[in-house]
Design a protein around this ligand. Structure first.
Ligand SMILES: Nc1ncnc2c1ncn2[C@@H]1O[C@H](COP(=O)(O)OP(=O)(O)OP(=O)(O)O)[C@@H](O)[C@H]1O
Length: 349
């Protein structure tokens, strides 16, 4: 059976499942093949392909009449985890403000947690922390545990920390670079994150002190860039990509937010900010992947304001489906990055 399964390649890693150590069990009894595949992420975007390929290969073995495939998952980490217990740290950045970076970060985190992954969300947008509010915990306050570590707040199946839960609502943060550097360091290292598969970090817009601090504090798995399709946003997004490249942080992909609007009354599609700009941006950087295109949707804003991200509040809306697909594509990219240390082209689902 293992010989048959060694002909099946992981579609993202382009290596066979057996040599990747992904086959946990492969037994045949009474004509039934019982196979357990350990995926590299519970959010695997190509699970159905793997299931079909494994079934086909097993049916080719003499005596096998039917196949049962069970899936487990173990998220991998780079050679040295970025923080003890934290397997991957992914920053979500944008060049321009207001493009929906925090909305994408919170929905991504919730979608990943919904697959069973252990997820943390860090609001590093210290000048405009909105994650606390988007997670429905605007009035919660961060406490310290017995070891004097900051205790992340739990909501919607994940843990998060936001400056919004340290400062009274509506107050501005007036800090200089060194203080920001130490605040970010504390959020990362003096917090009781526990065991996490993915720590998603919502950065402030632009290419300033916080972004630099983060790239210097820990070994990031990679960055996701959120942009809207118009030229001014794309120009700023290309600066952000350039900054990550200079800091040797792999860019995992681009999310085009507010890509288009489908009028609920007529069903007509409007490209309010233009469309396809992210494609051009991706090409100008040698073919970065587009992780998804998210439509403008009133519910995305309403759900954020109500403290329940859209992927949870309205999982079947087109925007939520697009956001969930972004989460799966991202998890696939992270697997490739941690396995190979470099990003190979990935067929997008
Ligand atoms: N796809 C979308 N459809 C409708 N509204 C959206 C969408 N994405 C984001 N928004 C809304 O746009 C506003 C800005 O979004 P968000 O706060 O996520 O942006 P940001 O890039 O993180 O901003 P900042 O620069 O303040 O950090 C919010 O009111 C949010 O609810």
């Amino acid at each position: 059976m293992l010989a048959a399964l060694s002909t099946v390649n992981d579609p993202e890693l382009h290596r066979d499942l057996v040599s990747l150590g992904m086959i946990e069990r492969a037994e045949v009894s009474g004509g039934v093949a019982d196979i357990k595949v350990n995926l590299t992420t519970p959010a695997c975007p190509l699970k159905a392909t793997i299931q079909a390929d494994v079934t086909r290969a097993a049916l080719g073995v003499t005596g096998v009449e039917s196949v049962q495939v069970e899936f487990g998952a173990q998220v991998r980490t780079q050679a040295t985890p970025p923080l003890p217990g934290v397997k991957n740290i992914i920053v979500v950045g944008s060049g321009k403000g207001g493009v929906g970076k925090s909305s994408v970060a919170s929905n991504l985190a919730c979608a990943l947690a919904g697959t069973g992954a252990r997820v943390g969300l860090l609001d590093a947008d210290v000048y405009g922390p909105s994650i606390a509010h988007m997670m429905g915990q605007g009035t919660a306050r961060i406490t310290a545990n017995a070891e004097k570590k900051m205790q992340p707040i739990e909501a919607h199946g994940l843990r998060f920390l936001s400056m919004g839960n340290l400062m009274p609502a509506g107050q501005a943060l007036v800090w200089r670079g060194p203080m920001l550097h130490s605040a970010i360091g504390q959020f990362l290292k003096d917090a009781a994150w526990g065991e996490l598969d993915y720590l998603i970090v919502d950065l402030p817009p632009g290419t300033g002190d916080v972004q630099l601090s983060l790239t210097q504090s820990v070994q990031l798995t990679g960055a996701v860039i959120v942009t809207t399709p118009q030229d001014v946003a794309l120009l700023d997004a290309s600066r952000a990509i350039d900054m990550f490249r200079k800091a040797s942080v792999p860019v995992l992909g681009i999310v085009e937010n507010m890509s288009y609007f489908v009028a609920p009354d007529t069903g007509l599609t409007y490209d309010i900010f233009g469309r396809g700009g992210a494609q051009k941006l991706a090409q100008s950087f040698g073919g970065l992947p587009i992780l998804g295109e998210i439509p403008l949707d009133t519910e995305v804003r309403q759900d954020a304001d109500a403290g329940r991200p859209s992927v949870l509040a309205h999982p079947d809306s087109p925007a939520s489906r697009a956001l969930t697909q972004v989460a799966l594509n991202l998890a696939g990219r992270v697997s490739v990055q941690t396995f190979t240390g470099s990003l190979e082209p990935l067929p997008m689902a």
